[in-house]
Design a protein around this ligand. Sequence first.
Ligand code: SIN
Ligand code: FE2
Length: 211
Amino acid sequence: MLVLPKGVRHIPGYLTRDAQVALVADVRAVVEAAPFYRPEMPSTGKPLSVRMTNCGTLGWVTDRQAGYRYQANHPETGTPWPTIPAALLRIWSDVSGYAHPPEACLVNFYEPSAKMGLHQDRDEQNFDAPVVSISLGDSCLFRVGQARRDLPTVSFRLESGDVVVLGGAARLAFHGVDRIYPSTSGLLKNGGRINLTLRRVTTPAEAETRS
Ligand code: SIN
Ligand code: FE2
């Protein structure tokens, strides 16, 4: 059996097929309001193979000029990101163990040839809340390690409807997507994979923290 690094939680089949279909409709509405754009690496301007958009009060973006950051508006249209669909807020409440709502939902679209290099999610103000990630469409080979790039990693397959939580000791774990397995799901009409990543970006105000 595969042993995941401490703090990594993989919940296979979290979403039923009906819930996945409903979530795809939610994502389509988000993409209509906030079209996918092609992100670029900081300084080099090299385009990522994944296309991205966001929903939430803050969205994660990257381009050559200003690098990795969160901002309230779409980088190309200038419009505020659409709100996070209720179904995603429910998933967060169910699995995050964190008392405050997420502020950002990054939407990644992978065509069959797309991948994502090993990286940490660390552009948030603090790391108290976990990162909650939802997979839709074609399967992928996901890789996750620990908080140092040189420590060992494990790879496993993520299928449509799976949820991964990176929290606690794994909040800063290096992770990435080695490959997509084309035509492994009929969920998305034209194939490919969608990944949704929910994150808390800012530190909640103290008043909000008292219960
Ligand atoms: C990410 O780390 O932004 C995406 C992970 C994934 O696609 O599963
Ligand atoms: Fe990530």
